[in-house]
Design a binder for this molecule. Sequence first.
Ligand SMILES: C[S@@+](CC[C@H](N)C(=O)[O-])C[C@H]1O[C@@H](n2cnc3c(N)ncnc32)[C@H](O)[C@@H]1O
Length: 286
Amino acid sequence: MVFRGRGGQQAETTMSLATVTANPVRPAMRAAAQSPATIAALFDGLAPDWHSQWAWDNYESTILALAQHYGLRRVCEIGGGRDPLFSAEQAHRRGLELTVNDIDAGELALTPAGLKTACFDIAGDLSEPDIARGGYDLMVSRMVFEHVGDVERAWTNIHALLAPGGVALAFFPTLWAPVFALNHILPEKASRAIVHALFPARRDGGGDPKFPAHYDWCRGSRATLTPMLTRAGFSDVHIQRFWGHGYFDRMPGLKQADHAFNALAAKIGWDFVTTYAYVVVRKDRG
Ligand SMILES: C[S@@+](CC[C@H](N)C(=O)[O-])C[C@H]1O[C@@H](n2cnc3c(N)ncnc32)[C@H](O)[C@@H]1O
C-alpha cells in the first residue's frame, strides 16, 4: 500500500515552473561549463522547504532545473505508467525527449498518446535488445522505488542506463515515518482496505490504483544511503530529506500534534522519521 500525500497547503517556493520552463534545455556542452560543482550546491539554490509539500509541488520544476543546469535532454521516467510527468506536447515544448518506462504493459497501455514507452523492470536484467544502455541523460521516478523489490539493483541499472554526466532523481516515501511504518507492518489486505476507505480513487479500477510496497532502501538517511549509491557507481550523491505529510489534514488535533512532531524532527534533522526523500545522483562524465 502506498499513502500518497498531496495535502492542501501551498508551500512557498523560490522557483516557479514558469521560471524554469521559459527557456528550453540548453545544449549539454554549454550547460556543463556553467554547472554548479555538486548536486547539493544546485539544491542550495532551489532552497527546498523541510515540509514534504514542497517535494510534491516542486517535483516537475526540480526536474526541469536539473535538465537545464546540466543540459539533459533524453529523459526516462521510471514507473511513469498511466500518469507520466509530461504529455508529448509538454515535453516537446521543453526540449525534452521523454520515454515512459513501466514494468507493467497494462500501465503503459494507458500512457497518453504520442509518448515513447519502454516496458522493463528497473531492477531486472538489462540484456533485452530494446534497452538502451547509456541512452538516457536524466532518469526520474515518483512513488515507484517503494514498490521495487531490489532497489540497489535498480540504482546499479540506472547507472548503466545513464549516459556519462547523466543525472537521476527518485522521489519516494521513507521509513520509519509512522504513517509509512504502519503501512509497511500491516498485512497488505488491511492496508489496502484503509487506503480504499480514505481515498476512493485508489480502489481497484479507479484512476489511481494501489501497488504493493516493499520500502527496500526507502530511507531518508544520508549515512545509510550513500554507501549503497557509491556501490552502484555514483560519486555525486544528494539526499534531500522531507518531513510531514497531509494524511491527517482532515483530523483536527491529530493534524496539529503530528505537524509539531514533524517540525521538531526537521529542526533537529532526525533522519529516522523523514516522510519522503529525493535521492539525486550524477554519473561521472568518464
Ligand atoms: C504508485 S505508481 C506511480 C505512478 C506515477 N509515477 C505517479 O507518480 O503517479 C507505481 C508505478 O511503478 C511501476 N513499477 C513498479 N515496480 C516497477 C519496476 N520494478 N520497474 C518499473 N516500473 C515499476 C508500477 O507498475 C506503477 O505504474
